[in-house]
Design a protein around this ligand. Sequence first.
Ligand code: TYC
Length: 101
Amino acid sequence: MSSTDTELKTRVKPKVERPKLHKVILLNDDFTPRHFVVRVLQAVFRIGEDQAARIMYVAHTRGACVVSVYPKDIAETKADEATDLAKEAGHPLQFTTEPEE
Ligand code: TYC
């Protein structure tokens, strides 16, 4: 391959951009019991108890915490699933999503 070929190749933009990942964010509230938050994190995001407890505590003390990142549709489905589980149990716990920078 000549150096000209190499130069051309490195300048070509990929045809398909990698889709942006989206963050699922856990929001604090004053009412949802801590143990319930931990259970929901474990069930919906497949996180172990220790890590779930750490994420819950960060949200509890700072107001919010990133739980994980996923492709947009999966992030939105998981955020809705987790928020719905809480709603069904009568808790105001909420999860939101936002694109990663
Ligand atoms: N702040 C809640 C309480 O004191 C517990 C809690 C933690 C709720 C994290 C939501 O994302 C949350 N019972």
